[in-house]
Ligand binder design. Structure first.
Ligand code: IVH
Length: 697
């Protein structure tokens, strides 16, 4: 019993620690699989010992029954909104107002991102999350506690804190009862995936990530909310009740952001302390430009006076505080005329409809084209030539058409019909069952030939400098090349005879083409343009197969068994090599001297060169498999038994007999912390970031 309790405590702590590393520090230490294993063990133990269940157990994120209504909650301190500014002048005015209200004082500002999500209030009593509410009208919001509990970046219990000089405080180490405010949002990629799922299930997609967030928080069944990829950033903390400051709220806003993070809450790291409004303007300009690089949407910057004393002195109007203001970015949407729907043929034959627009200036650049994705999308939005459309610049560089402005539709427009013939080669267009894309199946279609060569020569592929779009078009149109392998037999005189070329440019081109022969196998595998084989998959394939011939000869099941290669990819590879002309082109490449096999990977080398390790016991922060991989990646090897030749024995919890043997033989014993610090000293991050899952904070 005692043992179960200890195990349960340990598992909960491990899971909490992982959530913290994953969501707050953005530095995961466990794989999803390992995490699930911990969770499953905990679920089993709690089932066997229901008396040991606590409300803040990580298994209790989804609990309770669906509600038909969310009870109302009155905010004891209203959730105000912010005044908006749109220009540098208005920011200057803000500063002037503050100078008038606080004569002879210097004011420091904190600039933060303005997350485009839904504001929520969280109440922690005795360190436990007891209530979560929406902003509502600022005075009264909805109780959405059950839904908020499903968001894994929001801790169900606060992390304990050491107060300097006081040791652990009387409240068990966390501040007194507190309210935390912040923004719930859905990262961009997760939103796109959710919308794909909605479409696949014949459900209406959400207009944007903010709507998806709002909808997710208002679902009546928390189990459904749990399946929504929501995230949270905290930006405000206050002590509840009497106003005594037992919790150690700090005198400046920036320090309180640190406090929030120390308590285990996710806080964005894109924050700046600004000593003047000029610094603020810089921050605003920087993020207005870089906003698309963030994994989530922002719609501006929030500027706050750093000193809490000054904040209090400034106070609020009925609607918004005087100590803070929002700087709103320029709109990323505009309306314009859709002149024509044009069909673009890609290198694998996929035909993509593109909108040709009346050029319009939008958030920093002139837009004259927008993607329309596919036939279904056009039909769903009923987009027609001649329509006025709302366009949006999203995370992608290519803008998209959000919707048609129906009131402005001129008479005599026609519904879009996908042509049955390729606009470039007049070959038949085919739409495979279950796919939304239409494809031109004529591999000799000049548009495809062009795109294939473009892909082949691109950076990341064969990287042929100076072989750009216009030149490829000339080469193809003049029939000097019919496929990318022909590049290697191109003669200087022929190239020089092209319009706008000349001797010197032709010389450079031929040189660049010849130089590309030294590209390694993985680049070649990527460059030949197999559908679904991007640069990462190409490298996996090159490593695994070692040569082009082995790749060509690999069976479907052999390919499927490779980590990182799924059935769609393996089918596409099979399809590619089953086409005779592809084999012919590859033979031409081979004859031209392109690399068709890989070099054996050099043995890894690093701080453990020549060292041998033995592992014993259970490690806390990683699996033994992960530790072994780290050792090998640093040039060491792992063996199973201790001898006098063993360099180190890595000792975890409950070590076995190897521990004793190592002591007897006088072999160095190291614990996990020492091991990790050895790796850290080597400047190698022991816990690689999982870029797909982790979100930047
Ligand atoms: S501070 C009184 N900080 O913007 C101060 N708000 O119009 C109130 N928001 O309702 C909020 N990011 O939903 C603050 N870093 C940030 C924010 C932020 C987004 C939202 C929040 C609020 C609205 C204010």
């Amino acid at each position: 019993m005692q043992d179960a309790e200890q195990q349960i405590d340990r598992l909960r702590e491990q899971i909490r620690q992982h959530d913290y590393r994953y969501y707050v520090l953005n530095d995961p230490a466990l794989s999803d699989y390992e995490y699930d294993q911990l969770m499953n063990r905990l679920i089993q133990l709690e089932k066997a010992h229901p008396e040991l269940m606590t409300p803040d157990s990580p298994t209790q994120r989804v609990g309770g029954e669906p509600t038909s209504q969310f009870p109302a909650i009155t905010h004891d301190v209203p959730m105000l909104s912010l005044g908006n500014t749109y220009s540098q002048e208005e920011l200057n005015d803000f500063e002037k107002r503050l100078q008038n209200l606080l004569p002879d004082e210097t004011v420091e500002y904190v600039a933060e991102l303005k997350f485009d999500g839904i504001a929520v209030s969280l109440v922690y009593r005795d360190g436990l999350l007891v209530q979560a509410a929406t902003r509502g009208d600022g005075i009264q919001g909805d109780d959405i506690t059950a839904n908020i509990r499903t968001i894994r970046s929001i801790p169900l219990s606060l992390m304990r804190q050491e107060h300097p000089g006081r040791g652990k405080s009387a409240q068990g180490g966390h501040p007194a009862d507190i309210e935390v405010r912040g923004e719930v949002f859905m990262p961009r990629k997760a939103f796109a995936k959710l919308n794909q799922k909605q479409l696949a299930n014949d459900e209406k997609p959400f207009a944007n990530a903010r709507n998806a967030t709002a909808g997710s928080l208002k679902l009546q069944d928390p189990k459904m909310t749990a399946a929504r990829p929501l995230h949270f950033f905290a930006y405000f903390i206050r002590v509840l009740g009497t106003g005594n400051n037992a919790g150690g709220i700090r005198p400046a806003h920036l320090e309180n952001l640190h406090l929030l993070r120390e308590l285990g809450l996710p806080v964005s790291r894109h924050v700046a302390l600004c000593r003047s409004i000029w610094d603020v303007v810089d921050f605003c300009n920087t993020w207005e430009e870089k906003r698309d690089e963030l994994p989530f949407e922002i719609d501006g910057v929030v500027i706050k006076v750093n000193s809490l004393r000054q904040q209090e002195q400034l106070g609020s109007t009925a609607k918004s505080p005087r100590w803070a203001i929002a700087y709103k970015f320029k709109a990323k949407q505009a309306t314009t005329l859709l002149r024509k729907i044009h069909l673009q043929v890609g290198r694998t034959g996929t035909v993509t409809p593109v909108a040709e627009l009346e050029p319009v200036f939008l958030a920093g650049s002139t837009i004259s084209r927008a993607t329309l994705h596919n036939e279904d999308e056009i039909r769903r939005k009923d987009i027609r030539e001649g329509d006025s459309v709302l366009i949006e610049k999203g995370g992608d560089v290519i803008p998209k058409v959000v919707k048609v402005i129906e009131e402005k539709r001129p008479p005599e427009t026609r519904r879009f019909e996908m042509p049955v013939r390729c606009p470039v080669c007049s070959g038949p267009l085919v739409r495979a069952e279950g796919e939304s894309a239409v494809r031109c199946e004529n591999i000799a279609c000049p548009a495809q030939v062009h795109r294939r060569i473009e892909h082949f020569a691109a950076r990341g592929a064969m990287d042929i400098e100076g072989l750009g779009n216009a030149l490829i078009l000339q080469l193809v149109e003049s029939r000097l090349i019919e496929d990318y392998a022909d590049l290697y037999t191109l003669k200087k005189e022929d190239a020089a005879a092209l319009e706008r070329m000349g001797e010197k440019s032709a010389q450079n081109l031929i040189h660049a083409i010849q130089e590309s022969k030294s590209r390694p196998l993985d680049r070649v595998v990527f460059a030949i343009g197999i559908r679904y084989v991007g640069s990462t998959v190409a490298s996996i394939l090159a490593d695994h197969c070692g040569s082009m011939d082995a790749l060509i000869g690999a069976s479907r099941s052999e390919l499927d068994a490779i980590d990182g290669v799924g059935p769609t990819i393996s089918e596409s590879i099979g399809h590619f090599f089953a086409q005779e002309h592809n084999i012919v082109v590859i033979d031409k490449l081979r004859a031209a001297g392109i690399r068709m096999s890989g070099e054996r990977k050099a043995k890894k080398s690093g701080i453990f060169d020549g060292c041998s390790f033995v592992l014993t016991g259970t490690l806390d922060r990683m699996t033994r498999q992960a530790a072994s991989e780290l050792i090998e990646s640093e040039g060491g090897k792992v063996t199973s038994s201790v001898s006098k030749n063993t360099s180190y024995v890595l000792v975890g919890q409950n070590p076995g007999s190897k521990y004793q043997k190592a002591q007897d033989l006088g072999v160095s014993l190291i614990d996990e912390d020492t091991f990790i610090s050895m790796l850290e000293k080597s400047k190698k991050r022991p816990f690689p970031k999982d870029s797909q899952l982790a979100i930047e904070i």
